[in-house]
Design a binder for this molecule. Structure first.
Ligand code: GLC
Length: 558
């Protein structure tokens, strides 16, 4: 219309479906038992056919793999087990060619002990500039043989490890919020800032569309290193399985806010520097924070001069409870409304149990997970899908001797860790390795880095592609429908029609509603209309009336 300017289109990440690729377990093209970047390139047509907008690659940088690559030696390199820098470039270019954006992981909170900086720090001795790249402190007690304070590792045990000085004497202690092989970098040191900016530019120059920021709430520490009241309790605040939505869990969560090691106000100064770099590049580059903070703290990470998105762990923790789902969705929208940042929705990632397992496991868990996927995909903002979720996989039983997660080792088996959700994807065939690699029977069969279960034949990509009513079919349908409805983006178009207890209903202004039945009996949807897609073939439509058996959901065009 003359005289009226078209509003500028919103950047892609305001309404993206992002597919998380965990390269170790995606596809193994060189048949050594571990996934690789050429495997991702090979399967880009699969990702593109999922109709997602972007992929996020978990770390593939050089690493001794003590924490599956989140222990980085050189963040501007590719580990030989994953391929080469040329492979990474080709992956970014080919993804772009197929219309897919690419996010890479940055791991700024810590490095590997094998990073030259850390080895130089060990050699250089107390008080040296080399030690100032990390947090080295003298121990307490007359002999310095007690840790400098009572902080504990997220993976169990003390957050401090004592070193031996170059002269052979018992020495200082260094801080590690995770495994002892992952020393925390010292963000009060300007060198650490400059180095991270180099890493951002390195991947932006290669065409990366943005970053997933690992442990984004942890970089800044209280440099007085005070003891914490109940340090174990602070770590429990980040345990998803302990969040039942109770007042007690809420109080525990609030302890994270501006604590000595997590979510400190000054961490945003770091992201202001990063934002300036991101904004200096053409195209819509972005960053998403891995930061499980109380809802009222989330907006700080996504202000106009900090990052762009923050993962929504409250939603990821939500159980099969219609009321709680609605509360968390509303809280999320309220928390971000003033800053105008798009919310994010995810049901699982490489650190959590798979959503099928979390919601009960087996057939029931799978039915619920498919219904929850309808919720996650119908809300404004971006949805993140962890590889294998689109296949309805559940956590695999891993024999203790095959476990890899440092959480298992550091807690001495008290926590089983995250391996069950990280098993290599099943692509085809009736038996392990289900096409994860293509080594023929006559060739030496590599053992996979984690063993897949014997009963995944019906969950392979190949099996599900044959069946439009499969979980894979549902994910493809949801992503296509998101593209067909630009109204998904509107943060304000969310209303809550009356619903009986146990039934979740959200109406979107773009002409449809999502109805999910969390009760144990069949219900008739109070919203009538045409079923756009449903989580299960048992959902029935007769003359505009939709009937939903327990543990099912539907998108209804009304
Ligand atoms: C993040 C990663 C997790 C890793 C930890 C330490 O939470 O997602 O996999 O173990 O950081 O890097």
């Amino acid at each position: 219309m003359p005289g009226i300017a078209e509003p500028a289109p919103l950047p892609w990440w305001h309404r993206a479906a992002v597919y998380q690729v965990y390269p170790r377990s995606f596809r193994d093209l060189n048949a050594d038992g571990t996934g690789d970047l050429r495997g991702v390139i090979h399967e880009l047509p699969y990702i593109a056919a999922l109709a997602v907008d972007a992929l996020w690659l978990s770390p593939f940088y050089s690493s001794p793999q003590n924490d599956s690559g989140y222990d980085v030696v050189d963040p501007r390199s590719v580990d030989p087990i994953y391929g080469t820098l040329e492979d990474a470039q080709e992956l970014i270019d080919q993804a772009h060619f197929r219309g897919l954006r690419v996010l890479v992981d940055v791991v700024p909170n810590h490095s590997s002990i094998d990073r030259p900086w850390f080895q130089e720090a060990l050699a250089a001795g107390p008080g040296s500039p080399e030690r100032a790249h990390y947090h080295f402190l003298d121990g307490r007690g007359p002999l310095g043989d007690e840790p400098p304070n009572n902080w504990v590792s997220m993976f169990g045990g003390s957050a401090w490890t004592r070193i031996t000085e170059p002269d052979g004497s018992p020495g200082q202690w260094y801080l590690h919020l995770f495994d002892a092989t992952q020393p925390d970098l010292n963000w009060s040191n300007p060198h650490v800032h400059l180095d991270a900016l180099d890493t951002l530019r390195f991947w932006l120059d290669k065409g990366a569309d943005g970053f997933r920021v690992d442990v984004a709430l942890g970089l800044a520490k209280d440099m007085d290193y005070p003891d914490i009241d109940d340090p174990e309790g602070l770590v429990l605040a980040l345990r998803m399985d302990l969040d039942d939505g109770s007042a007690e869990a809420g109080a525990r969560r609030r302890r994270v806010a501006n604590s000595p090691i997590l979510d400190r106000d000054e961490v945003q100064d770091i992201y202001r520097e990063w934002r300036a770099v991101l904004d200096s590049y053409p195209g819509d580059r972005m960053a998403v924070a891995e930061a499980w903070v109380p809802p009222e703290r989330a907006a700080r990470y996504v202000a106009s001069d900090t990052l762009h998105q923050i993962f929504n762990f409250d939603f990821m923790a939500v159980g099969w409870d219609a009321d709680r789902i609605r509360t968390v969705v509303q809280q999320t929208l309220d928390g971000l409304r003033d800053v105008g940042a798009p919310p994010t929705w995810a049901l699982s990632n490489h650190d959590t149990p798979r959503v099928v397992t979390r919601l009960g496991g087996g057939d029931v868990g799978r039915r619920r997970a498919r219904a929850m996927a309808l919720v996650a995909h119908c809300l404004p903002g971006s949805v993140y899908v962890y590889q294998g979720e689109e296949l309805g996989l559940e956590d695999a039983d891993i024999p203790d001797e095959a476990r890899r997660d440092p959480v298992w080792f550091r807690t001495k088996g008290a926590q089983r860790g995250r391996d069950g959700g990280r098993v290599p994807l099943p692509w085809a065939g009736a038996l392990p390795p289900y096409g994860f690699h293509d080594a023929t029977e006559a060739e030496v069969q590599p053992s996979l880095w984690l063993p897949p279960p014997p009963d995944w034949a019906s969950f392979t990509v190949e099996a599900q592609l044959r069946d439009a009513s499969s979980t894979l079919g549902q994910y493809r349908a949801m992503h296509r429908l998101r593209h067909a409805h630009p109204g998904f983006v509107d943060l304000h178009n969310v209303t809550w029609p009356d619903a009986e207890p146990g039934v979740f209903i959200v109406r979107r202004g773009c002409g449809f509603a999502c109805v999910v039945n969390c009760t144990d009996r069949e219900i008739t949807s109070p919203i009538e209309g045409y079923v756009m897609t449903a989580s299960d073939a048992s959902v029935r439509l007769e003359r505009n009336v939709v009937t939903l058996p327990p543990d099912t959901g539907a998108w209804i065009q009304a």
